[in-house]
Design a protein around this ligand. Structure first.
Ligand SMILES: [Zn+2]
Ligand SMILES: [Zn+2]
Length: 150
């Protein structure tokens, strides 16, 4: 039977069972975050030093800071098209908010401009047509980013 690699737990799942499997990962927790967020498998994540990479952002509407988990940072540095919803969790609002409304505390840059630059630097990673859509199953549909540190 055809299998897909789950972008949340990285197990191989029968394609027919994947929608239910994915729904369990995406179930909302009491704090408003998803149960799990899509990442790249460890071996595919960006390796090396994260010095100079911003990790804390402030939602401009509420002023609350949220920390970005390392496995998420290492995933989008490798593949900036991983989180196509362009939204991330705000600890203040307890919901996912647009990248454009958040800025890095380290640089003052909004997350949308930051992400657009990362994408422009890696056009070869851009998902194409049906194959891209399948590769980004899950990630493309939800594609929001987690915030582990409130
Ligand atoms: Zn899974
Ligand atoms: Zn907020």
């Amino acid at each position: 039977m055809a299998q897909v690699r789950c972008p949340y737990c990285h197990e191989y799942i029968d394609r027919a069972e994947f929608p239910a499997h994915e729904a369990a990962h995406r179930k909302a927790r009491p704090d408003g975050q998803q149960t799990d967020y899509a990442t790249l498998p460890d071996e595919d994540q960006e390796q090396g030093d994260l010095a100079g990479v911003p990790q804390v952002y402030v939602h401009r509407k509420c002023g609350v800071a949220t920390g970005m988990p390392e496995e998420i940072i290492r995933s989008y540095l490798k593949n900036p098209y991983m989180y196509m919803a362009d939204a991330t969790f705000c600890c203040g609002c307890r919901k996912h908010v647009p990248f454009r409304d958040c800025e890095w505390t380290e640089t003052g840059e909004d997350l949308q401009s930051y992400t657009d630059k990362l994408r422009a630097a890696k056009p070869e990673m851009k998902p194409k047509g049906c194959l891209g859509a399948i590769a980004f199953i899950g990630a493309g549909l939800s594609g929001v980013i987690a915030a582990a540190f409130c």
